[in-house]
Write a protein that binds this ligand. Structure first.
Ligand code: COA
Length: 505
């Protein structure tokens, strides 16, 4: 049962802060006593000293910046990091749900509000099991509760207002203006619950494109990632990693936790905005770095430099070149003819150059002036990697990895999703988790990639549409049984036969 269930959320949030304040007070109590003594003693000497002495005494005695005393409970048994935080989750598709799932993994009570009869559009997208929630949905909505509310129905609005009073954070990733059109403006929310943090994902920040709807690949393109991904000779490429959606959700989760922390001091909520374009750019910042370096000469670590191909005005696509100062490339391994993933990423890191030469049978390169220094190697990278590849092609990627790691050469096997799914070490750490679901059966999902030693993550299946509607109305919002019956009859929580326009990201 989520923490604080059945209590008034707004009050609960306030109560949480009061408890924290009490704890802080308690922690500083003994210090006050001793401080008093210091004050008394000092008062006989000078008024100036009287003012300063207590602060010093408190700091020396507790050294905890006003924090409670360290818990005596074993690590992992002192609750979850976000226990007591309740989230009104108005998210859909991928970016927002990524954020709220992470917060749920860390212990927040996440209440997902969905349109009656329809729900998050992803429930039905890319379905692999008939009539069961898709993996698209189930892998992004673990550890949440689901309530159905028609936000445009007067009774639905009333329920939402009550939820706002009972929650700490509202998270949404609707199209620009949609929340306002529901009547849930910042002013309205802030008036109802001044402690509420309102967190949004939008495609673009304020500016010429702020009204645009945005999906993953739009963000990858607008954030600068696509223009710098792919091979020089080919078109821009998007990446399979969802840096626009999941990446921005991750940014938003960080913004929310920071706002929750600030609220402890200020007592009030704030708006948190993450634009997908900004999130992608943040992840692609090394390419903006290179853009500026271009003004001062060619980018020597890009293989196009060694090949004598002139640079244009913008950061070019660099294929599989390493993004850092250490040249790297993807090389074939044994079996590459049949296995599309029989490859390894090989980095010719300068400090281990000698070890590389010895391993691939080119010890003479260690002293050859054409190969001995990083600068000398730059125009020869293609030839060097070709030679290393002759060696890697004699072994499986895992054999290459073993041999290289033994002498500290950084390499990365190209792991297929099949290999990841079967990798036992990822299961052991809870990064890949098997979950059981009442309508679809067992499936794999990604657990919390952020490991907190005092807040272990226990992954729970995603909720069915509206599974917790009555529970939330009754136990969280305090509606009586007869009121719930009335709400059911009003049409505010039941299907209205409306379509939805959301498409797959
Ligand atoms: N009850 C009643 N109506 C609801 C509702 C509920 N519980 N939940 C949503 N709706 C309504 C909204 O109010 C909106 O109505 P309006 O257009 O009349 O104001 C409507 O559903 C559709 O919402 P919208 O967000 O516009 O969905 P969409 O399918 O048209 O667009 C996106 C989808 C993702 C393109 C858009 O939401 C978006 O750009 N979001 C921000 C960027 C983002 O997160 N993109 C990544 C998605 S992974």
């Amino acid at each position: 049962m989520p923490a604080f269930a059945g209590m008034s959320g707004g009050d609960r949030a306030f109560e949480g802060e009061q408890q924290m304040a009490k704890k802080q007070k308690k922690a500083t109590k003994p210090a006050k006593k001793s401080a008093k003594k210091v004050v008394k003693a000092a008062a006989t000497k000078s008024k100036k000293v009287v003012k300063l002495a207590p602060k010093k005494a408190v700091a020396a005695k507790h050294n905890g910046n006003g924090l409670p005393r360290p818990s005596g409970k074993p690590f992992g048994q002192a609750g979850k990091a976000l226990d007591g935080v309740r989230i009104l989750d108005f998210t859909h598709v991928q970016s927002g749900p990524t954020c709220t799932q992470l917060l749920a993994y860390m212990g927040a009570d996440v209440i997902k509000v969905e349109r009656p009869g329809v729900g998050d559009i992803t429930r039905g997208q890319l379905r692999d099991v008939p009539n069961a929630d898709s993996l698209y949905f189930t892998m992004l909505n673990a550890n949440k509760r689901s309530i159905t509310i028609d936000s445009k129905h007067p009774k639905g609005r009333e329920i939402l207002d009550r939820l706002i009073k009972h929650c700490d954070v509202l998270v949404e990733n609707f199209a620009p203006g949609a929340l306002d059109r529901m009547g849930l403006t910042w002013e309205h929310i802030h008036k109802l619950n001044p402690r509420m943090i309102v967190a949004s994902v939008k495609g673009f920040g304020p500016g010429p494109y702020e009204d645009c709807k945005v999906y993953e690949n739009v963000a990858q393109c607008a954030g600068g990632a696509a223009s710098t991904t792919g091979f020089r000779e080919g078109p821009p490429l998007v990446t399979g990693a969802q840096i626009g959606d999941s990446g921005t959700g991750l940014h938003l989760a960080l913004g929310i936790t920071a706002a929750l922390y600030q609220r402890i001091r200020t007592g009030r909520g704030q708006k948190v905005l993450c634009a997908m374009q900004d999130g992608v750019l943040n992840l692609a910042r090394v390419k903006l770095r290179d853009q500026q370096r271009l003004a001062h000469g060619p980018l020597k670590e890009y293989s196009q430099f060694g090949e004598g191909v002139p640079f244009g005005k913008a950061t070019p696509r660099a294929g599989n070149d390493s993004g850092g100062g250490q040249p790297g490339w993807i090389l074939k391994c044994k079996g590459w003819e049949d296995d599309p993933d029989a490859y390894i990423y090989f980095i010719t890191q300068a400090p281990v150059w000698g070890a590389i030469c010895d391993l691939i049978g080119k010890s003479e390169w260690k002293t050859d002036p054409d190969y001995a220094t990083p600068n000398a190697r730059l125009p020869r990278l293609r030839h060097i990697f070709g030679t290393i590849e002759q060696w890697t092609m004699t072994m499986s990627k895992f054999e290459v990895m073993d041999k290289c790691n033994a002498v500290d050469i950084p390499v990365g096997p190209i792991l297929s999703m099949k290999e990841i799914a079967e990798e036992q070490s990822l299961r052991a750490t809870g990064t890949v988790v098997e979950v059981d679901h009442p309508t679809r059966g067992k499936y794999l999902t990604v657990g919390n990639p952020i490991k907190l030693s005092d807040s272990p993550c226990d992954v729970q299946r995603s909720p069915l549409l509206g599974e917790h509607t009555e529970e939330i109305l009754g136990k969280v919002l305090g509606y009586s049984t007869s009121e719930i019956t009335e709400i059911k009859g009003s049409g505010a929580i039941t299907p209205q036969d409306k379509g939805s326009r959301a498409e797959a990201a």
